[in-house]
Design a protein around this ligand. Structure first.
Ligand SMILES: NC(=O)C1=CN([C@@H]2O[C@H](COP(=O)(O)OP(=O)(O)OC[C@H]3O[C@@H](n4cnc5c(N)ncnc54)[C@H](O)[C@@H]3O)[C@@H](O)[C@H]2O)C=CC1
Ligand SMILES: O=C(O)C(=O)COP(=O)(O)O
Length: 392
């Protein structure tokens, strides 16, 4: 039996995939944790936790490096909510271009005016906007979401520019040939009428949109931030709105300061909040959790490498989280050889500072073997997964 804890509401479509082998009561020590935006920084975790699945894309709410050091695999759900965000970006583009927020607020204010129909026709000129067709848009970050946004904007007949020095091969394949490659953030800000941010919040992207950069931005820029608040310092936005270099800031990450600024359109972090996206994310997160707990297979991890060997069905499987340093595989297989054990299949993958090893063995695995594997310097965690239908 595996115990699962959830830190946010996770769609039933995903949760119901957990079989009767899973205790979902949230009681006791968890083997796996599922969450959305709940902040895990500073949270005490039981030693029992082996896998954490973020039903969503951004993992800045999870101390992924600290957890890697503890042998906890953190997964996310790449692309599962990208369409939902793309559609909200479209709304952001339209709302900011057609003054929809102010116009709707104003028209509500005349609801008791008996001449509302006439007043609308007389006053509507105050809300004249601009069209998207033919305007320049820059997309910063061309991953799952940025690529969809870029392609959507080409369909809207916008002139689309993209910046992503780390673009993946699969994202590049999916990108319209009409998207023009730009070499730096400033070129995007200085030339575009609209800029949409789609990078993760990491050390290198924190405060990426500085006050200096915005000073030189094309006058009247509409900046859309459906990625993370921490990419754009509030002071920079305040100054740019006052100077007029930015005309509107659309953000999915409001706070008290932003809510009190004029020409800031605040959305309450709704990017991924559609039924479809919540279901997609939950299904992917639950599948990754079960794969890891039952088979030791790692999929969609952000702190450990992808490593899969199919179901742990016929043979006992040893799962080892270790540091990415020389001679790990040699020492591991040496111990198994000393114990007279035969390795039926083995896989070792690495990512950054960490590596992961899966071993299927024809023999029974005793406690002493596990203890000796644990004692190798650089081994972080060892787990035995008993075969479901063992061959004798
Ligand atoms: N508003 C919302 O509800 C949602 C917000 N998000 C945010 O959007 C972010 C992106 O999501 P996805 O597109 O799914 O992730 P992704 O991982 O598919 O794409 C991120 C892209 O950013 C690029 N990148 C990384 N560092 C960069 C840098 N310094 N400069 C330029 N590009 C850089 C990467 O190469 C990658 O192509 C998430 O990390 C999250 O913070 C994601 C989903 C929902
Ligand atoms: O997936 C992401 O990065 C998001 O920001 C979505 O957050 P949420 O799951 O809606 O709390």
């Amino acid at each position: 039996m595996y115990a699962i804890k959830t830190l946010n509401n996770i769609s039933d479509k995903g949760m119901k995939l957990f079989t009767s082998e899973y205790d979902l009561s949230g009681e006791g020590k968890a083997d796996g944790i599922l969450l959305r935006s709940y902040s895990m920084h500073g949270m005490e975790l039981d030693d029992s936790v082996k896998v954490i699945a973020r039903a969503g894309a951004g993992v800045n709410n999870i101390p992924t490096e600290e957890y890697a050091e503890k042998g906890i695999v953190v997964c996310n759900t790449p692309g599962a909510n990208a369409n939902a965000v793309k559609e909200l970006v479209l709304l952001g583009l339209l709302m900011s271009s057609r003054n929809v927020v102010d116009a709707v607020d104003w028209v509500r204010s005349i609801k008791d005016n008996p001449d509302a129909e006439k007043v609308v026709e007389k006053e509507k000129g105050r809300f004249t906007g601009q069209e998207l067709t033919g305007k320049k848009i820059g997309i910063i970050g061309l991953g799952a979401i940025g690529a969809l946004v870029a392609n959507m904007c080409t369909s809207l007949k916008m002139d689309v520019y993209g910046y992503d020095p780390f673009i993946s091969v699969s994202a590049a394949w999916g990108l319209s040939y009409k998207v023009k490659r730009v070499e730096n953030v400033d070129m995007i800000l200085n030339n575009c009428d609209y800029v949409s941010l789609h990078v993760p919040l990491i050390e290198q992207t924190k405060n990426i949109i500085t006050a200096d950069r915005l000073k030189n931005a094309k006058k009247g820029l509409i900046l859309l931030n459906f990625a993370r608040g921490g990419l754009v310092p509030e002071a920079a936005i305040k100054e740019a709105l006052e100077l007029g270099s930015v005309s509107t800031y659309v953000t999915d990450f409001p706070n008290n300061n932003l809510l009190n600024m004029k020409n800031v359109i605040c959305i309450p972090h709704l990017g991924a909040s559609t039924e479809e996206s919540e279901e997609n994310c939950a299904i992917m997160a639950v599948n990754a959790t079960m794969e890891f707990l039952e088979n030791g297979n790692i999929v969609n991890s952000v702190n450990y490498p992808e490593c899969c060997m199919g179901p742990a069905d016929k043979r006992d499987r040893i799962s080892i989280c270790n540091r990415n340093i020389p001679n790990m595989v040699g020492q591991i297989s040496g111990i198994l050889a000393e114990k007279g054990m035969n390795i039926a299949e083995m896989k070792n993958q690495s990512k950054g500072n960490y590596a992961y090893t899966l071993i299927d063995t024809d023999n029974d695995v005793d406690e002493d073997t596990l203890d000796r594997l644990k004692s190798i310097e650089g081994v972080i965690r060892v787990r035995l997964i008993k075969a479901r239908n063992k061959v004798s």
